[in-house]
Design a protein around this ligand. Structure first.
Ligand code: ADP
Length: 540
């Protein structure tokens, strides 16, 4: 029997229309290169976004054409999020922290037709311009400087866009956006999102136990808009009319704290490394800054140490940890407290918050160990595999000559192999212990680098810690800990090992410590363990 329901496709255009009609007074604040703030109402945003779509159509954009963006977080980038799909195009966010060679390769692989670029990023664009010929380069005058004649001026393009605009008809499975994985483990791979996947992800992510996003929220996305669609928050915020505060290019902790003071958010998003430096800057100058009481923070992209969650709690900020990847849109799990655990102690709540949390609705998740699907016993490790309507089922351009990427990433029965290693506890909380390639196998036994790092970062003198495997003749591999101490503090390997012995067996303790000024970061701001492995990959 067929349902009596209408078959209207899920569509991002519905979210934009809702925002334009219902929330004309909501605000979008962007921090400009000179650090001043520029404000737009949602009414202006709605108008400009439709103008962008009309202008792209007038330029000859055809359905499915890729429009690349090379932009910081600001209102014009948000216009691209909805304006490009409204014209039937596919927004392709380029990661400005990758090497010019890599960006050029990605643009060519994606077959990007147009590019929308911040004027302050033109020097970067010129470094990869020879790798891929965009048909047109549209420059957003973010700094306010005049745009050179060889480029199309973004604002002028919007100003002279045709008055009339009709959304390009589409199917719900048509592509709206694409994003390449950051390539920290090999060549970047493209993931393509649809209207359907994006709308479903948005609805799930906004649920009360996930982001609990509301129209009255003030959202500060520190997560770059080129990183996994800024975790999807721009779609949710526009759907609900939440105020957005964009930091532009100013991501130093002091700059973020200044912005938080000027435009206090109720919710902020970022990777743990950014939050680690933010809390250090805050605690070094408590007289200068504070965090808004009751602010929520969504942190993910890498394991969130319990010590970080506790440090923010002292300032009245609740951190929720999410786990996911570019391939999963990205939110696949989130660490909320399940109803049956509502009465647990505060310590236990912190412990649960430091897990990757519970699987999101519509996502199926399994942990597959050496003997098949692992039981929910909190003990049996295995690879996390996922499937669902907002999980990618393949990579863009996966060609016959390029299939190496596919069988390794998908199982025969159609699940995405995430390459993350985890255990599932009896309540369904996922404990990520490593990425497959970060695992340390010593004398045939696994040691979790994430567990060691979290314990080290709980030491009062330690600002950051990353643990890697180094080759060892007798044991195969042994852990090496790279540690950054807090300013003016020092600590010895013996003192650190003494703390670790409370939680770890002696054979699990790092053999060696390296005290560093900084830990190398990936293009999305996570610890870059591959670089550390390259540096220390000598026989131990
Ligand atoms: P890339 O894989 O290129 O670094 P992604 O942003 O897609 O870019 O990263 C996804 C990966 O980040 C996951 O596979 C996982 O290893 C890691 N990750 C994300 N969230 C968490 C988390 N909460 N805990 C531990 N690891 C995480």
């Amino acid at each position: 029997m067929q349902s009596t329901m209408m078959q209207d496709p899920l569509s991002l255009n519905l979210l934009l229309e809702r925002a334009g009609r219902l929330f004309p007074e909501s605000q979008i604040v962007s921090r400009l290169p000179d650090k001043s703030l520029r404000r737009h109402s949602y009414a202006e945003y709605y108008k400009r976004t439709r103008q962008l779509a009309a202008a792209l159509l007038a330029l000859g954009l055809e359905k499915g054409d890729r429009v690349a963006t090379l932009c910081w977080n600001h209102h014009a980038h948000l216009e691209c999020y909805f304006g490009i799909p409204a014209a039937g195009g596919v927004m392709h966010t380029l990661n400005l922290r990758l090497s010019p060679e890599e960006i050029g390769w990605i643009a060519a692989d994606a077959g990007d037709r147009f590019l929308i670029v911040d004027d302050i990023l033109l020097p970067l664009y010129r470094q990869f311009a020879g790798k891929h010929a965009f048909e047109r380069v549209i420059v957003f005058a973010f700094s306010g400087a005049p745009v050179a004649g060889e480029y199309t001026n973004y604002d002028a393009l919007l100003d002279k866009a045709p008055q009339e605009f009709d959304y390009v008809p589409h199917d719900e499975n048509d592509a709206v956006a694409m994003c390449y994985t950051s390539g920290t483990t090999g060549r970047s791979k493209g993931v393509v999102y649809s209207h359907r996947s994006t709308v479903l992800h948005t609805l799930v992510a906004c649920l009360p136990e996930f982001w609990c996003l509301q129209g009255r929220d003030v959202v500060l996305p520190v997560t770059p808009m080129f990183h996994a669609n800024c975790w999807g928050i721009p779609y949710g915020a526009v759907m609900l009319g939440s105020k957005l505060v964009f930091p532009g290019p100013h991501l130093h902790p002091e700059d973020l704290l200044d912005l938080i003071k000027l435009e206090p958010p109720t919710m902020a998003l970022g990777v743990p490394t950014i939050w680690l430096s933010l809390i250090q800057a805050l605690e070094a100058h408590p007289e200068k800054w504070s965090l808004p009481k009751g602010m929520r923070s969504l942190v993910g992209g890498a394991a969130v140490p319990e010590s970080l969650i506790r440090a923010f709690a002292k300032h009245g900020v609740r951190i929720s940890q999410g786990w996911g990847m570019t391939e999963t849109s990205p939110l696949a799990t989130l660490s909320f407290i399940k109803p049956e655990l509502a009465g647990v102690s505060e310590d236990e709540q912190f412990r649960l918050s430091a897990t990757a949390g519970v699987t999101a609705p519509l996502v199926e998740l399994r942990v597959v160990g050496d003997h098949g699907i692992a039981p929910w016993d909190g003990k049996t490790p295995g690879e996390v595999q996922v499937r669902g309507p907002f999980i990618t089922g393949r990579y863009y351009n996966a060609r016959a000559d390029n299939v190496g990427q596919d069988p390794a990433k998908f199982t025969d029965d159609g699940w995405l192999r995430t390459g993350d290693v985890a255990k599932m506890d009896s309540h369904g909380y996922l404990h990520i212990t490593d990425r497959t390639k970060d695992l340390i196998k010593s004398g045939g036994e696994w040691i979790s680098s994430v567990d060691l790092e979290n314990a080290l970062m709980a030491h009062p003198a330690v600002a950051e810690a990353a643990v890697i495997a180094i080759p060892h003749e007798k044991w195969g591999e042994r852990p090496l800990a790279c540690v950054v101490t807090k300013p003016g503090q020092s600590v010895t390997p013996e003192a650190l090992n003494e703390v670790l012995t409370k939680k770890f067996a002696k054979w699990q303790l790092p053999d060696r410590y390296e005290f560093l000024e900084t830990i190398p970061r990936t293009s999305t701001g996570k610890f870059w363990k591959m670089k550390l492995r390259e540096r220390y990959a000598v026989k131990g």
